[in-house]
Each structure stands twice: as structure tokens, then as C-alpha cells.
Ligand binder design. Structure first.
Ligand code: ST9
Ligand code: ZN
Ligand code: ZN
Length: 333
């Protein structure tokens, strides 16, 4: 049905609508980059991280064991902490600051920054820098969590070794002027360590202990350690599982995939074939609120006047792209 001219018309109008994104070009794949020839640099382990991550995961197992002894309020609090921290990543460092897929007012940016420190996934500036090189140089040496190096590396291994020099070399050429200009982001970067001690570790522990007399051990190991570890793994699954398992209805030439299970845990971030194809779409998916709490949250914020300018790819452009490069898995849709 779609001949070449029709496709070009639709695609060009799409380019025009989103011309701003193409001026930035910070999340569009760079086809010109070539990995350096010759042997890869040897792995340099960071033992401090290996030890701390192992201890964290052991602590999370203890948290799991303690669940039957916890008060119901404590479990509800842990879920709340998980959801708020997750929004700090999904609606915050991901969709707002990395991709600029919508605009947020100062009060919302302050909330998302607090939520982001609860999540403790590096400060927003560093997260955005690593995430923009991930999109621009996806699955090459310049991608911090290059999924062609296997499930373990893209999941957690990349945080346990020194970065490939190309990540830093390419990352230094990125345009980060927009995040540098955001005073809330720069404030978080300056006070990042104390903010994490207070918001990721102290606050989630103290609330159950102070307000409903939960034991301090349970307060520490469930809403803090277990909740933090689940948040990290849900995020890392986007880099590992959603780069390996699932359909590719939008672009079968790239590895990122549609993975509804990952979306469920990561509040809508598992529709990764769509997201790498249209990184500036605020919903990171074609299907609105389906498995996508983050989209519902951003829509609510718009309703309350705290957010605006959501960027959305039109149905026509999506369909044309599916016909051109998709794997046919959405044929009935
Ligand atoms: C964590 C982050 O877990 C997770 C991010 C995941 C991303 C997910 C993406 C998917 C999207 C969807 C979201 C789903 C969300 C779902 C939520 C559901 C709950 N460009 O890094 P260093 C330079 S963090 C340019 O030390 P090493 C720079 O000058 C977990 N330059 O490199 C830098 O200095 P500075 C907690 C760059 O020595 C200097 O190099 N955190 C770049 O190789 C040194 O940088 C940890 O565990 C760049 N890209 O060490 C800490 N990178 O920063 C883990 C670096 O001062 N990190 N430079 O400007 C580390 O310890 C280290 O980074 C390292 C590498 C050992 C991994
Ligand atoms: Zn990805
Ligand atoms: Zn992204």
C-alpha cells in the first residue's frame, strides 16, 4: 500500500515536526562510528564495586527472607519507595533529561530529582551522559553497556570494570549543554553523595521504624536494601533482556526488542525496539498506558499543569516505519 513517495512524504513531514530533535541529535544512532581495529583492551576489574554489589545482593536475599516477618505497612512503604524511585529514573533521568521528550516545570523537576536520588543510579548528569552514548553508539565499543558483550556484561558487568576508552572519548563529544543549564540537575550533582545517604538509605529505613515501630533490621533490609536491589535489576533488564529477547516490529536491523515483562517491572521501559527507533517519543511505546505507568504519570502531570510539550510519533509514521523496517510481528495491528 505504501509506495516510496508516500513513505518519503510522511517521513519528511515527520522530520520537519521533530526538527528540533535532529538539531540536537544526541540520541540518534551514529552510523559513521567504526570500532578501532586490533585486540580489545583487557578488562580492568573494580574490586570495590564487585564487593559492594555482592554484599548488596546478599542483603537483598536477607530482605526476601524477612518478608513474612514484616508489617503490612512496611511492605506498602517499600512498594511506594520503589515506585517513586523508579519514576525518578523513567520519567526523570530517562524520558525528561536524556531524551527531552517532554517539558517539566520547576516543582516537577525538584520532585523527580529527589526521586532520582532515592533510586541511586549515579547522578542525573552522569546517567544522561552514559545514556546518550548508549543510544548514539548502541552495541559498539562506545556503548557503556554494549549488549554484544553478553547478558552479564550489559546487565551488571559494565558497572564492575573500567569503561572502554571509546565510551569516554565519544561521551566527551556529546552535547550536554541542556543538562548543564538545569540548576536542579547541577545542584543534585554537587550534593549527590549526601543526597543518596539521606534519600536512598536513611529515609526509607527510618520511616517504618519511627512511625509504626517496625524493627530497624526489617526497615533496613526490605524498604531500603531489597527495594534498591530490585530497582537496579529492573533497570538493568532493559539493557540486558530487552536487548536480547522479544520481537522487533519497528526495526529488525537493530537488537533492542519489545519485552512486555521488562516493561511491567520497569514501568513501561521494556518497549525497547520502539524506543531505539523513536527515542524522542515521551511514551517510549506505541500503546499509551499499557504496561506503562510512567506514561500515565507524565499524562497526569500534564493534566495538573506541571508538564507540557509531550513529543509523540504519529500513527502514520509508525505504520510506515513498521512496513519499511519491521519484522512483521505486529501485522494484525
Ligand atoms: C546504575 C546505573 O545502576 C544504571 C543505568 C542504566 C541505564 C538504563 C538505560 C535503560 C533506559 C530505561 C530506563 C529504565 C528504568 C527502569 C526503572 C525501574 C525501577 N562520557 O565512570 P568513571 C569520564 S548505577 C564522557 O569513573 P571508569 C569523565 O571525565 C548503580 N566522559 O569511569 C569521568 O569523570 P566525571 C550505582 C565520561 O574509571 C571519568 O571519565 N552506582 C563518560 O572507567 C571517570 O568516569 C555504581 O555502582 C561518558 N559516558 O569507571 C557506580 N564516562 O564523572 C558505578 C566517564 O567526574 N560506576 N567519563 O566527569 C563506577 O564505579 C564507574 O563508573 C565504573 C567505570 C567503575 C563503572
Ligand atoms: Zn537500549
Ligand atoms: Zn533511552
Amino acid at each position: 500500500i505504501y509506495n516510496k513517495t508516500m513513505f518519503q512524504t510522511i517521513f519528511l513531514s515527520h522530520l520537519f515536526v521533530h526538527s528540533q530533535d535532529f538539531l540536537y541529535c544526541y540520541d540518534i544512532f551514529d552510523e559513521t562510528y567504526r570500532e578501532k581495529e586490533g585486540p580489545k583492551p583487557p578488562l580492568r576489574y573494580v574490586w570495590r564495586n564487585i564487593i559492594l554489589m555482592s554484599l548488596l545482593h546478599l542483603g537483598a536475599i536477607l530482605g526476601l527472607v524477612l518478608i513474612p516477618s514484616a508489617k503490612i505497612q512496611t511492605l506498602a512503604w517499600a512498594i511506594l519507595c520503589f515506585l517513586v524511585s523508579a519514576l525518578g529514573i523513567t520519567a526523570g533521568s530517562h524520558r525528561l533529561w536524556s531524551h527531552r521528550s517532554y517539558k517539566a516545570t520547576l516543582p516537577l523537576r525538584i520532585f523527580l530529582t529527589i526521586a532520582n536520588s532515592i533510586a541511586f543510579q549515579n547522578d542525573i548528569y552522569e546517567w544522561v551522559r552514559d545514556h546518550r552514548v548508549h543510544h548514539k553508539f548502541s552495541e559498539t565499543d562506545a556503548d557503556p553497556h554494549n549488549a554484544t558483550r553478553g547478558f552479564f556484561f550489559s546487565h551488571i558487568g559494565w558497572l564492575l570494570v573500567r569503561k572502554h576508552p571509546d565510551v569516554i572519548e565519544k561521551g566527551q563529544k556529546l552535547d550536554l549543554s541542556d543538562v548543564k543549564a538545569d540548576k536542579v540537575v547541577m545542584f543534585q550533582r554537587r550534593y549527590y553523595k549526601p543526597s543518596v545517604v539521606l534519600l536512598c538509605f536513611t529515609l526509607p529505613t527510618v520511616v517504618p521504624w519511627y512511625f509504626w515501630d517496625e524493627s530497624i533490621i526489617i526497615s533496613f533490609f526490605i524498604p531500603t536494601i531489597l527495594r534498591y536491589t530490585i530497582g537496579l535489576n529492573a533497570t538493568w533488564l532493559v539493557n540486558s533482556a530487552a536487548h536480547m529477547f522479544g520481537n522487533r516490529p519497528y526495526d529488525q536491523n537493530i537488537n533492542p526488542r519489545e519485552n512486555p515483562l521488562v516493561s511491567l517491572g520497569a514501568l513501561g521501559e521494556g518497549f525497547h525496539n520502539y524506543h531505539h527507533t523513536f527515542p524522542y517519543d515521551y511514551s517510549t511505546s506505541e500503546f499509551g498506558w499499557r504496561f506503562n505507568l510512567t506514561t500515565a504519570f507524565i499524562d497526569l502531570m500534564c493534566l495538573l499543569g506541571l508538564a507540557s510539550d509531550r513529543k509523540k510519533v504519529s500513527k502514520e509514521v509508525i505504520l510506515a516505519r513498521k512496513m519499511r523496517t519491521g519484522d512483521g510481528s505486529h501485522k494484525s495491528g
